[in-house]
Design a binder for this molecule. Structure first.
Ligand SMILES: Cc1ncc(COP(=O)(O)O)c(C=O)c1O
Length: 469
């Protein structure tokens, strides 16, 4: 594979299609594996499962329940805004209510050799020649993230973490007593200079971080997206300092920027930036675009890593729910890649309108009382409240949004998440994260921002007549 460097690096163009001559260097991550993953074994019966596919084989292996006892005789999906209905056929119905016991995905979905998602990821990100990468399905991307951290880290290990950080990840990392090394983001996303500064001065007698965790599109909580130039720099640092990048792109499809200028993913850029692949684990989520309750997420990375993640699945929650997988893939097959992308574009436009309404309401009510960044993607406004140092006369919390929310949310009639929930080291500050995803009308957005202004006033000791709700 030709390595293109510096400014020629393939701009924002779509990843090129693989050619026959592609010979891809794949980074061998085995030296970075955790001690704990080395102890995991595939479940005893899993090596026998392929024998079930031998024609004529009578399998007495698995304790699968007899589907004759299941009460369902049919299932269909009705699609909003159309008269379309998708009826599951008999084979799908069988798959939907039975164990799959193949953690990578329901077997029927592997018929065309590649999961729907592998074909899709090849189009979207072109991660490399067939065989150098693949996909695994999990119970949401959260499930896959948790497992992937087990593959590469042991409790107490250092981890580079984009800060502010998604609180759902912090929860299990803190419980494992990790040394969370904060690397800050700004308006252009994660700052590579911060990553380099941490690693260049890393004490030689201390174990080095093996993982960088980042949310590159419409970060939760900041709404910031990482520029393509920065992603390339960070990929090069990954090679220089020998770490793996966890690209948690839960908001990838809720991007408000012009598709022509949208930054490519780490997964897509890796080969060109580093002349090899295998250091990026990409996490996609179906939650924000199809259904959060179905609990489906997708991990895209090299086969040895998928095998480890799938081995944890096989030993813990066995598989992502068959019912969700079958329903989802009936829908995806009905839509095709083009239909799915049309749906994600509509969804992004929906959230973009919500963002614009909320930002306009913030400008009306919060100017002078708070500052905020206009999110590039996602569903959050990261608001810095102007809280007075001593909390004014109202017993506020000294530039502390946690105290402001704790003491005045009820009186103001509005609640949002204090920024401390997203700080790996627990630093207090003036930020709150306001989610605009469920704010229905302009009036509701207006009222929400008016009440945030009341909260600021109360925290600063300003007397407010007829405060909140
Ligand atoms: C950044 C980020 N990653 C992962 C998740 C979890 O997504 P899923 O529902 O796919 O588990 C969320 C959910 O809010 C998120 O914000």
């Amino acid at each position: 594979m030709a390595i293109v460097t510096g400014p020629q690096l393939n701009g924002n163009r779509k990843p090129r299609a693989p050619t026959k001559d592609d010979s891809q260097a794949v980074f061998d991550s085995s030296a970075l594996l955790s001690e704990r993953i080395r102890k995991w074994q595939p479940p005893a019966i899993s090596s026998l499962l392929p024998l079930e596919a031998v024609p004529g084989m009578i399998s007495l292996i698995v304790g699968k329940p007899n589907p004759d006892c299941f009460p369902f005789s049919g299932l269909s999906i009705a699609l909003k805004g159309t008269n379309e209905k998708i009826d599951l056929n008999e084979a799908e119905l069988h798959d939907a209510f039975q164990y799959a016991l193949l953690p990578g995905g329901v077997p029927g979905l592997r018929k065309a050799r590649m999961l729907w998602f592998e074909e899709f990821q090849a189009k979207m990100h072109n991660p490399g020649p067939t065989g150098t990468w693949g996909c695994a399905i999990g119970s949401g991307s959260q499930d896959l993230l948790h497992k992937a951290f087990q593959v590469f880290t042991d409790p107490g290990d250092p981890i580079l973490i984009e800060t502010p950080a998604y609180s759902g990840t912090l929860g299990f990392l803190i419980a494992d007593s990790h040394n969370l090394v904060e690397v800050c983001s700004d308006a252009e996303g994660l700052n590579p200079a911060e990553v380099e500064r941490s690693l260049a001065t890393w004490p030689s007698d201390k174990p080095r971080p093996r993982v960088l965790y980042t949310v590159p599109t419409g970060s939760n909580p900041t709404g910031r997206s990482c520029t393509q130039a920065r992603k390339i720099e960070i990929l090069r640092l990954a090679k220089k300092y020998n770490f793996i990048i966890f690209e948690d792109d839960a908001y990838y499809f809720l991007d408000f920027t012009d598709p022509a200028t949208k930054a490519r993913s780490y997964l897509s850029l890796e080969s060109e930036a580093n002349g090899e692949t295998g250091r990026v684990l990409r996490f996609d989520s179906l939650s924000k675009i199809v259904s959060a309750g179905m609990r489906i997420g997708v991990l895209t990375t090299s086969p040895p890593i998928l095998q480890k993640v799938n081995m944890i699945t096989a030993n813990t929650n066995l598989q992502a729910p068959s019912t969700s997988q079958v329903l989802l893939f009936a829908l995806l097959r009905h839509w095709g890649h083009a239909g799915f992308l049309a749906h994600t574009a509509q969804t992004a436009a929906f959230y973009r309108r919500k963002r614009d309404v909320f930002v306009a309401a913030a400008a009306r009510h919060l100017t002078g009382k708070a500052t905020w960044e206009v999110p590039a993607a996602g569903m959050f406004l990261w608001i810095r409240l102007r809280l007075l140092p001593a909390g004014g006369g109202g017993g506020g919390g000294q530039e502390d949004s946690f105290e402001a929310v704790r003491k005045f949310a009820v009186a103001a009639g509005v609640v949002a998440v204090p920024g401390v929930g997203f700080m790996p080291g627990g630093a207090r500050g003036c930020h709150i994260r306001a989610s605009f995803s469920l704010v229905g009308t302009e009036e509701e957005a207006d009222e929400a921002c008016r009440r945030i202004a009341v909260l600021v006033d109360l925290a600063n000791g300003v007397v407010v007549e007829g405060a909140g709700c």
